[in-house]
Unconditional design. Structure first.
Length: 94
C-alpha cells in the first residue's frame, strides 16, 4: 500500500454563516479528525498529489479529479450517499 496523508480542502459558502462549522463537523464525523480540513477560497494555494473536487476547471499543483455533484450532474451520488466511504476505501484502505 502507498503511504500518503489525506487532507480535505473546502471553500465555505459566504452566504451561510454555519458553513465552515458544518464542514469541520462533517470531517470529524466521517474521518475522526477535523484538523484534516483546510478552508480556503483559493484551492490552487494548496499543494498535494491530487484534489478530488466537484468544481470543474480547477488547476493547481495537483491532479484535479472532478467528482460531479447533484447541482452539476444528477447521475452521481452525493457525499452523504457514499463518496465519503469510497474515498476512505480508495485512499485509506478501509
Amino acid at each position: 500500500m502507498v503511504d500518503f496523508d489525506v487532507h480535505f480542502v473546502s471553500t465555505p459558502w459566504r452566504s451561510n454563516h454555519n458553513s465552515a462549522r458544518l464542514k469541520y463537523e462533517w470531517v470529524e464525523k466521517y474521518f475522526g479528525d477535523a484538523r484534516l480540513l483546510t478552508l480556503t477560497h483559493d484551492k490552487s494555494l494548496i499543494s498535494g498529489m491530487a484534489l478530488i473536487d466537484d468544481r470543474p476547471g480547477l488547476s493547481g499543483p495537483w491532479q484535479h479529479i472532478e467528482y460531479p455533484q447533484p447541482w452539476n450532474d444528477r447521475r452521481h451520488p452525493t457525499w452523504n450517499d457514499g463518496l465519503a466511504r469510497h474515498v476512505r476505501i480508495l485512499l485509506l484502505g478501509y
